[in-house]
Design a protein around this ligand. Structure first.
Ligand code: KG4
Ligand code: ZN
Length: 356
């Protein structure tokens, strides 16, 4: 069974072809970062137009890479939300048109579900597992029971974690998107203890019950530290110390919230089941965070699964794989399905604190 997946919900135009034996036949991702960086963030109108300009070539390229024609496919999957609605509609309409023209089933994919199911593509893990989803738009802890069955255990009350990285990096004078630059700057700091002493930061919600997050206070504290530094461009040494203090604080907060989730997992599961924690989303590329989560899971006798960095960030393979998971359960969609800018994975919990 082979499915072509299309992803256009943010600033990556991506197309992939994946089969049910977990093989990725093609995986093309075109980043629009250079088109948005001058504006310091993603501009929805520019993103939608760029998807329009490039999507057909990427679909052709993916078929060529895989050595396949549309006739060889068993289904077409496209992100239908949540995300920037203009971009979502470009990918969704292209997917529907392909499905109609070639008489193939169409699978309307929830972008968050695609992040959630990625470890089943890469690491073949079984349900249930805990998912920490950390990206530019989302910060959630979800209990993943099955395809289409999710329980939201925690979400952010304000900024998403990627947003907090990007805004804090901007305050430090680092380029967009700030997350990877901030991580690089933190690596240059040779004395992490001195960094956190010089730049103390709050650890929002640490020690409180539950699995929710809050990051806006952290960004405000970074601003206060930056304001006290000499005016003009910041010295790299100051930036690296501040970035290192920030990374340590993020790791403290995120592991505290995940510890609660792992405890809840153990309480609710049958005895003898080893809890599993998966990290996904763009921020899952952060090696400080990966190391901290690895240590946490070791201490909690849990398994830790982190898909390869390229498959944690937005990509087409996760959409195609979700198409496979749904197609083999006959969970296909009508071509009149609408794009959804908001589409929570756990309808009972609504959007959590922040729209998803
Ligand atoms: O999942 P993603 O590619 O797009 C969505 O937001 O859906 O995530 C992008 C986010 C950005 O905020 C970016 O700064 C952050 O992931 N990011 C990182 C790193 N790489 C990407 N944040 C921290 N450390 C990184 N290495
Ligand atoms: Zn994403």
């Amino acid at each position: 069974m082979k499915v072509l997946g299309i992803e256009t919900s943010c600033d990556e135009t991506a197309v992939a072809i994946v089969d049910d034996a977990h093989r990725i036949h093609a995986n093309l991702v075109l980043s629009q970062i250079s088109e948005h960086s001058v504006f310091g963030g993603v501009v929805p109108e520019i993103a939608a137009r760029a998807h329009m300009d490039h999507l057909d070539k990427l679909i052709r390229g993916a078929l060529d890479d895989a050595g396949m024609a549309c006739a060889d496919l068993d289904g077409i999957a496209a992100t239908c939300g949540p995300g920037l609605i203009g971009g979502v509609m470009v990918g969704m309409m292209a997917g529907k048109a392909l499905a109609l023209a070639h008489g193939k089933p169409f699978i309307a994919v929830n972008h968050l579900e695609a992040h959630a199911l990625t470890p089943r593509l890469t690491d073949r893990i079984d349900f249930p597992y805990l998912l920490l989803l950390v990206s530019g738009g989302h910060t959630q802890i979800l209990m993943v029971h099955d395809v289409g069955r999710y329980e939201l255990w925690g979400s952010t009350m304000d900024d998403a974690l990627g947003e907090c990285f990007d805004k804090s990096a901007k305050l430090m004078g680092l380029p967009f998107p700030g997350g990877p630059h901030l991580e690089q700057a933190a690596r240059l700091c040779s004395d992490p203890d001195a960094a956190i002493q010089r730049f103390p930061l709050p650890a929002p919600l640490k020690g409180r019950p539950g699995c929710d997050f809050s990051f806006s206070g952290l960004k405000t504290a970074i601003r206060a530290h930056v304001d006290k530094l000499p005016p003009g461009p910041l010295h790299m040494e100051d930036v690296s110390m501040l970035a290192c203090a920030f990374e340590q604080t993020i790791c403290t907060v995120v592991t505290d919230r995940c510890r609660h989730a792992l405890e809840k997992f153990t309480e609710k599961s049958d005895r003898g089941i080893t809890p599993k924690l998966v990290v996904s989303g763009g921020v899952a590329a952060n090696l400080f965070l990966r190391a901290a989560l690895k240590d946490l899971t070791k201490a909690c006798n849990a398994d830790f699964i982190a898909p390869p960095v390229a498959l944690c960030a937005d990509n087409g393979a996760m959409i195609a794989w979700t198409g496979i998971e749904r197609l083999r359960r006959q969970m296909t969609d009508n071509l009149n399905i609408a794009a959804r800018p908001r589409w929570p994975l756990d309808p009972e919990a609504g959007q959590g604190f922040k729209s998803a």
